[in-house]
Ligand binder design. Structure first.
Ligand code: HEC
Length: 135
């Protein structure tokens, strides 16, 4: 029983893959972004965007990905509006991350709109994905 649990914890996305680095969802999305011209994902650029502050409105004048996820992806975040705890983003400590292309795209869309005031470009998404994946 214990061994079974440890295995699941060590290999994220177990139902579709046994290796974190090769999450099929990430591979698929990076392939789609590359086909649209974003074929050189840059981890450092992803980090810079993650940390960058954007102008919001009166209720939340300063917005960034860290507003809810913090700048330490291995730690839990806290939703700036609802104050709900958000599980860590780093796949190395949270194997449930980056397992579903649909979930990633849904949250990219919603969170980029809220944070940047617009949707992220494919190259921004590729950089962000490359950054998050390596945390
Ligand atoms: C206002 C709060 C908030 C901000 C700001 C925010 N997020 Fe999120 N994010 C969430 C919530 C809530 C979820 C879904 C809950 C969960 O998965 O734990 C989520 C989930 C995600 C996921 C899904 C990951 C997965 O596979 O489970 C990604 C990717 C993501 N966010 C990226 C970003 C990026 C990139 C930014 C900055 C552009 C950002 N988020 C800013 C609240 C936020």
């Amino acid at each position: 029983m214990k061994i079974h649990y440890v295995l699941i914890m060590s290999f994220g996305c177990l139902s579709t893959s046994i290796s974190l680095a090769d999450s099929p969802a990430v591979t698929r999305l990076l392939g789609e972004y590359a086909a649209q011209g974003a074929n050189n994902p840059d981890v450092q650029e992803g980090k810079l965007l993650w940390l960058k502050t954007f102008k919001g409105d009166e209720s939340f004048p300063e917005r960034s990905c860290t507003s809810c996820h913090t700048n330490i992806l291995k730690q839990a975040g806290k939703h700036i509006k609802t104050k709900k705890i958000i599980d860590p983003m780093a796949p190395s400590v949270n194997p449930e991350r980056l397992c579903s292309a649909q979930k990633i795209e849904k949250w990219f869309k919603r969170n980029c709109k809220w944070t940047l005031g617009r949707e992220c470009t494919t190259s921004e998404k590729a950089n962000l994905l490359a950054y998050i994946e390596h945390q």
